[in-house]
Ligand binder design. Structure first.
Ligand code: GLY
Length: 285
């Protein structure tokens, strides 16, 4: 008999979905949540589950992360990712990386390496090479639809998981915002901004990074959990704070220390999927 009932939630990014891809995005979120759930179900860690779920989303060209990432002002892909374990506040992140198929897996290697929390740009490439992490041709991450639809791309991805040992983890990955300057780093790899996990709660955010960074949205949501808010209430209050402080909209997913799932958005869409013990995967937009 396990002490804790696991749970997992993923998001496929907040923002308007202007084409007919909503159903496919929900399918992508479901596949990612189930990949993480398979790990949790057999007693695996929240950290492994969150990483596995985000890899599925990174490999899906519909989402703005990994393959299918949005392009910067030079027409190149530069990606950010972070992963954090709530137990011990261990974190790893990479920023403005190119030529890496799964940035979340490289972020995990930064976490396991333990010397640093965030490695950026060419330094991240050097780190990848030093540990023998596979690289890919940067152009292989650019999909045809992305070239055609530069201005309709959104869909940072994220996952938050709670395992049978009662441990939390959060992971977020993104290609950033359309037409960004080379070297621009968004909220996703910044601990406390787009990604955060502690023993109180774990959070992954999606939205306009420049606003999320200034409001430290993920940490704000965990503070609200600590203050006694229910998960979805905390998510909604954190977004209200963001809107009041910055005038910006966003979305976030979270899980509290009891494994309760919450999410909120004040954008038009945010595909999510969550799984809890004894129930089928549930999706929402
Ligand atoms: N939230 C993703 C970004 O602004 O980079």
């Amino acid at each position: 008999m396990t002490e804790f009932q696991p749970s997992i939630i993923v998001h496929g990014g907040a923002g308007p979905i202007k084409d007919d891809s909503l159903a496919a995005r929900l399918d992508g979120c479901r596949a990612a949540a189930l990949a993480g759930w398979e790990i949790l179900r057999v007693g695996g860690s929240a950290l492994d589950a969150a990483e596995a779920a985000v890899i599925v989303l990174e490999d899906n060209p519909l989402f703005n992360a990994g393959t299918g990432s949005t392009l910067n002002s030079l027409g190149q892909v530069e990606m950010d990712a972070a992963i954090m374990a709530g137990d011990g506040l261990r974190a790893g992140a990479v920023a403005a990386v190119t030529g890496i198929k799964n940035p979340i897996a490289l972020a995990r290697r930064v976490l396991e390496d333990g010397r640093h929390v965030l490695i950026a740009g060419e330094g991240a490439a050097l780190f990848a090479r030093a540990i023998g992490f596979p690289e890919c041709a940067p152009a292989s991450l650019i999909v045809a639809s992305e070239k055609q639809r530069w201005d309709n791309k959104h869909g940072t991805v994220g996952c938050v998981a709670f395992d049978q040992n009662g441990k939390l983890a959060a992971a977020t990955s993104t290609g950033g915002v359309f037409n960004k300057l080379p070297g621009r780093v968004g909220d996703s790899p910044l601990i406390g901004c787009g990604t955060y996990a502690s023993r109180v709660g774990a959070v992954s955010c999606t939205g306009y990074g420049e606003a999320i960074i200034r409001a430290t949205l993920a940490r704000d949501a965990v503070q609200l959990l600590q203050g006694g808010s229910e998960p979805s209430e905390a998510a909604g209050l954190a977004l209200a704070n963001l809107a009041e402080l910055t005038g910006s909209s966003a979305g976030l997913i979270l899980i509290d220390s009891r494994g309760r799932v919450g999410y909120a958005r004040n954008t038009t869409h945010m595909p999510v999927c969550y799984v809890t013990l004894g129930s089928d995967p549930k999706t929402a937009v």
